[in-house]
Write a protein that binds this ligand. Structure first.
Ligand code: ADP
Ligand code: MG
Length: 546
């Protein structure tokens, strides 16, 4: 084919695809327009995951009657004029692409009234062209309604996820803007259900209470470094409050919601050693810097930023957070210990880097329960049972994956009585148990003879161990989870108990083995094996910090 210049409709469809890829991006663009128009109240209403309908109503400046049609032209914007303006953009929009892009992929109604107009204007657009225009009275402000997103684009429609997923994206977008603009009242109705309502009283904490709940909002610490450049203000979680995903990091640069690995890294680094591996903070930060210090024109959706001087930004965030985190009451050693969360399955690819342990030197045993050890970064307390559980758990799973389970035959078979439920579990999982080294033979009504167990298994009450194991299996249906449960059960039964005194040699050996596991910081149930008191923390406790 010869080279041709694409017709403008084709170009606008390609461009529209960059701006509007799912219902949430329509919501984002419309809400940004409302904010740029100085609205103090913004209501968003959607139907069917935002595919059937999205309606955004604001009480902003409105669009002057003579400009309404123009707003739907590509590159039509009231927000910048000459190219030099790009250097100091203060509005959320500036590319003049949103309205035409939405009108290219859906039907759009707009009703608006500006301060200077006596009556409002109503437009209906299909396939990007105005099919109806009339005067309509309404209060100052704008309502944009989008119908049937991607109706004429079946291929695009197919890529959308379920209404529930799309609703999730929409709710997230609105939550982010609500946190960025606490002085604006937001309302979100998903299929008629009020999902978010913020007071618009200017308090970020009040918005966080609506988004993440009152309990979290109460605990959040205030960051207030307003006098530096870049200035950093907002709310961050204390080390005692954390989440298992990075989904709770929100950054607003000059009030624009952005994703930035630099900002995420800087914040997480500020929590370094305060949070358990795999745990992440809740962070809501406003960063202001002179517009010429950043480039937001990286992508049409404007959610990425480039900083001219990323090192300065990184340092500013780290310092501002570090300040408030140091001030939090540290004495409770348990502060960093998370609530029970199951560890990631061993078969799932791990996204985090190996949460390794440093080389440790054993100092002694505390309360016949914890091993005290010294590392390059302070004091470590290791729960001997949890640590040994981790070691055994990984050993069993490793043997299993290599099909090399070591088995020990019992000289004297153990008689085990089972409940009907346990027997049911045994019947369906006998094969699997056998593969792990358990050999059970029927010996009358609900009675069995245990003839062999995995070699790792400690003696002791084996009957009880098998019953506990079967109980744990009755609830679990997923195959990989089942294997994990078996390994957990065996590890738990066989690990050294709390209260058992250990020789120095035994402690050294245990720590050596723990260091070699893939997840040394948590036991198979997700509880911590290790509590770390950093040298810095100790210095602080002893008032040695300068
Ligand atoms: P941009 O926001 O990049 O300027 P848009 O296509 O989103 O481009 O909007 C085009 C123009 O329409 C805006 O520059 C603004 O003048 C006007 N406009 C759009 N939405 C609103 C609104 N809710 N209130 C007032 N004016 C609006
Ligand atoms: Mg816009």
């Amino acid at each position: 084919m010869p080279i041709i210049i694409l017709a403008s409709e084709v170009v606008s469809k390609i461009a529209a695809g960059e701006v509007v890829d799912r219902p949430a991006s329509v919501v984002k663009e419309l809400v940004e327009n409302s904010l740029d128009a100085g609205a103090t109240q913004i209501s968003v209403e959607t139907q069917g995951g935002g595919v059937s309908l999205i309606r955004v109503t604001d009480n902003g400046s409105g669009i002057p009657t003579n400009d309404v049609e123009l707003a739907f032209h590509r590159y039509a914007t009231s927000k910048i004029d000459a190219l030099t303006d790009l250097e100091k953009i203060s509005t959320l929009g500036f590319r003049g692409e949103a309205l035409p892009s939405i009108a290219a992929v859906a039907e759009v109604e707009v009703s608006t009234k500006s301060d200077g107009d006596a009556a409002g204007t109503y437009l209906y657009l299909k396939n990007g062209s105005v099919v109806k225009r009339e005067k309509r009275s309404r209060p100052q402000g704008t309502t944009v309604t989008m119908h049937h997103l991607f109706r004429n684009f079946p291929a695009r429609l197919k890529f959308l996820k379920s209404a529930t997923t799309e609703n999730g994206h929409i709710a997230n977008i609105l939550s982010q803007y609500a946190m960025a603009f606490p002085e604006v009242k937001f309302n979100l109705l998903l299929d008629g259900r009020l999902t978010l309502r913020t007071p618009g009283n200017g308090s970020l904490r009040d918005v966080v209470a609506e988004v993440y709940g009152l309990e979290i909002a109460k605990q959040m610490l205030e960051v207030c470094e307003a006098d530096q450049a870049p200035s950093v203000t907002g709310l961050v979680s204390p080390p005692s409050l954390s989440r298992s995903s990075r989904g709770y990091l929100s950054f607003f640069v000059n009030r624009r919601w952005v994703r930035s690995s630099l900002l995420s890294r800087a914040s997480e680094d500020a929590y370094h050693s305060l949070l358990m591996t795999g745990k992440h903070p809740i962070v809501v930060l406003n960063i202001y810097l002179p517009p010429q210090e950043l480039d937001i024109n990286v992508h049409p959706t404007k959610t990425e930023v480039k900083f001219r001087n990323s090192q300065t930004v990184y340092t500013a965030i780290q310092k501002s957070l570090g300040k408030v985190l140091v001030k939090t009451p540290p004495p409770k050693i348990k502060a960093g210990v998370p609530a029970f969360t199951p560890p990631p399955s061993l078969w799932e690819p791990k996204e985090t880097v190996k949460p390794s342990l440093p080389i440790l030197r054993v100092l002694g045993q505390l309360a016949s329960n914890y091993i005290m050890a010294e590392g390059p970064e302070g004091l470590y307390l290791i729960d001997q049972h949890a640590a040994h559980e981790r070691v055994l758990f990984e050993k069993i799973l490793a043997q299993r994956s290599q099909q090399k389970i070591e088995i020990q035959g019992l000289l004297e078979p153990v008689n085990i009585e089972l409940s009907p439920k346990q027997e049911e579990a045994l019947k369906t999982k006998r094969e699997l148990l056998h593969e792990f080294g358990f050999s059970l033979e029927s010996f009358g009504a609900r009675s069995y003879l245990l003839k062999a167990v995995p070699a790792i298994m400690k003696q002791g009450d084996l009957a009880e161990a098998v019953r506990t194991l079967l109980d744990s299996l009755t609830t679990e249906e997923e195959p990989s989870k089942r294997e994990e449960k078996i390994a957990q059960s065996v590890a738990c039964h066989s690990a050294v108990r709390a209260g058992q005194s250990l020789t120095a040699e035994e402690m050294r050996e245990l720590i050596k083995q723990l260091e070699q596991t893939t997840q040394p910081r948590t036991c198979p149930h997700g509880r911590p094996t290790t509590i770390h008191l950093s040298s810095r923390q100790l210095e602080r406790e002893f008032g040695r910090t300068t």
